[in-house]
Design a protein around this ligand. Structure first.
Ligand code: SAM
Length: 278
């Protein structure tokens, strides 16, 4: 039988191996692989990004998600996942494990700063979903810049993923997390534990909006940087949520059309979950 010490050592080895994979992560390349056409084609309803933006828009306009603080877990170098939520919350905390990604986010947040991707078409698309003219995109950009209070380091494998005192004491009112937990966890157990750890950042009754990959075993974090992913199915995601203290409100699933399989990963589908912390 595995002793506690052996188990802890193997958990630590798994986390260290994942952290080592991320040392080659290249924000500009990752954005190019995943956040340009065909995966971000705003003229196609079956393109990946418009699907994700539609799910987030619906979730944030159902009026049950309220409060003051929204936290995005594992933001990476991307902003699309907070374009709807920034209208609902007064304070938004972006987080990532890697300084290169936090620097990329800070670049966009400084008005004249540098950014590896033009987020204008994303801002325009979400304005359209909100029934505002596309010309409102610059107001949305200003709103986003105004509500982001911090860009913080995070490690979802730690029982306390953010530094103490980073959030008000009851916790955040809502968490968003996209493509983070499954792509930083060595196995399903680690994914489930990470879900529990981030639940510690959320107040009881707060909402979790989780987007992730289905059936994926790797993705490219840059040229030649192959990052392993826990291949998940819908039942496993639901089981992990239950085990980690969340009640599922709904799950939506997207299946990749053949032309979205562009060789930068082997993902077969994407899930969107709206859940509530028990
Ligand atoms: N949220 C972005 C998106 O939707 O495209 C980025 C997702 S990217 C696949 C995974 C992110 O997890 C990377 O930005 C990486 O730096 C971050 N990450 C790596 N290890 C992590 C850890 N232990 N805790 C939290 N985030 C981590």
């Amino acid at each position: 039988m595995e002793t506690k010490a052996v188990k802890e050592k193997s958990l630590e080895d798994g986390r260290a191996a994942m952290a080592a994979c991320y040392q080659g992560f290249d924000p500009a390349a990752y954005l190019q692989y995943n956040y340009t056409p065909p995966r971000a084609d705003f003229c196609r309803r079956d393109s990946i990004v418009p699907w994700k933006l539609g799910c987030l828009h619906r979730a944030f306009t159902e009026e049950d998600i309220t409060g003051g603080v929204l936290v995005d877990v594992g933001s990476g170098p991307t902003l699309y996942q907070v374009l709807s939520g920034c209208e609902v919350f007064e304070r938004l905390v972006l987080t990532d494990f890697l300084e290169v990604n936090r620097r990329e986010l800070r670049g966009w947040l400084q008005e004249q700063g540098k950014s590896s991707l033009d987020w204008t078409p994303y801002l325009q698309h979400v304005c359209k979903l909100e029934g505002r003219g596309v010309s409102a995109w610059s107001e949305k950009a200003a709103r986003l810049r105004a509500v982001v209070s911090d860009v913080l380091p995070i490690d979802v494998h730690c029982p306390q993923p953010l530094a103490p005192g980073a959030l008000p004491s009851p916790g955040a009112d809502c968490l968003v997390s996209s493509f983070c937990l499954e792509s930083v966890s060595p196995d399903l157990d680690a994914f489930t534990r990470a879900l529990g750890h981030i639940g510690g950042l959320l107040r009881p009754g707060g909402h979790l909006l989780l987007i992730g990959a289905l059936g994926e075993s790797f993705y490219l974090g840059g040229p030649g940087v192959q990052i392993p992913v826990v291949p998940l199915d819908e039942a496993q995601v639901c089981g992990s949520l239950r085990e980690s203290g969340y009640t599922l409100i709904r799950m939506e699933v997207y299946t990749l059309p053949p032309d979205m399989r562009v060789g930068v990963d082997d993902v077969s589908g994407i899930f969107f979950v709206k859940a509530r912390k028990d």
